[in-house]
Design a protein around this ligand. Structure first.
Ligand code: KIV
Length: 272
């Protein structure tokens, strides 16, 4: 636990900025429900993201596109209730902020009021700048997300590494600077070359959190179910599995079934 930022009682957007300035790496994980969020927060993670990856890992959808704002609020509300220390950031789902800044603000206000979130996250750069400005002007902290932005999967056509080409890398760097200028408090960079991510993290003052973006950024984020080994079919190179929860759960459930079938459970101490 010595490597965690225990000195912070409650993580704020300002704490993350201080961590970057002090060279302390920021830890971020997703969570979507009360019990998991409680464990993750007790371990002293700095940021909990209620990601729209809930669409994949909680509902079994192939993409993040189908999840609705009501579903995001349901997940976020449960997470916020569990968390005492981490900053809770919630994804605005696909279709709730791209078309119109007023709608973007309405969606953000719902998430802040109905779930009690501390900040929201949006995918994209210059093309959504009016929406970001509108949200920020209402006093709602915004985290950006560039690189592989899963809500645009049908535009990309593949989940492969982004911004390998010079033009896309230059646009990404420009977008990162724009997001900082608009007032975003932090930025996620997903699946881009490590060298480019390092350049972005050096160029902007706001914290840059990577996923598949190498180690020379200000922090890391993973999807909780992936790093715990609860999902088995997703194995990108950047993913480190810290346990094999799927196997452990299956083994425990098989043991339970056997105990029930053989009348080993419950025993005398487990009854009234
Ligand atoms: O939805 C999500 O989990 C995310 C992370 C991958 C950053 O956006």
């Amino acid at each position: 636990m010595s490597s965690t930022s225990k000195s912070y009682k409650r993580i704020t957007t300002n704490s993350l900025f201080e961590m970057k300035q002090a060279g302390e790496k920021i830890s971020m994980l997703t969570a979507y429900d009360y019990s998991m969020a409680k464990a993750v927060d007790a371990a002293a993670v700095d940021v909990i993201l209620v990601g729209d990856s809930a669409s994949n890992v909680m509902s079994g959808h192939e993409t993040t596109l189908p999840i609705t704002i009501d579903q995001m609020i349901y997940h976020a509300d449960a997470v916020v209730r569990a968390v005492k220390r981490a900053l809770v950031v919630v994804d605005l789902p696909f279709g709730t902020y791209q078309s119109d800044p007023k709608e973007a603000l309405r969606s953000s206000i719902r998430i802040m009021k109905e779930a009690g979130a501390h900040a929201i996250k949006v995918e994209g750069g210059a093309e959504i700048k009016d929406s970001i400005t509108r949200i920020l002007n209402a006093g709602i902290p915004v985290m950006g997300h560039l690189g592989l932005t899963p809500q645009s999967i049908y535009k990309f056509g593949t989940y492969t590494v982004r911004a390998r080409e010079e033009a896309e890398a230059a646009k990404l760097l420009e977008d990162a600077q724009l997001l900082e200028k608009l007032g975003c408090f932090a930025l996620v960079l997903e699946k881009i070359p490590a060298e480019l991510a390092a350049k972005v993290a050096k160029t902007v003052q706001i914290p840059v959190i990577g996923i598949g973006a190498g180690g020379d950024v200000d922090g890391q984020v993973l999807v909780l179910h992936d790093m715990l080994g609860l999902t088995t079919e997703f194995s990108p190179r950047f993913l480190r599995r810290y346990m094999n929860l799927y196997d452990q759960m299956t083994t425990a459930v098989q043991q339970y079934i056997q105990d029930v079938k053989t009348n080993e459970f419950p025993n005398k101490n487990e009854q009234y």
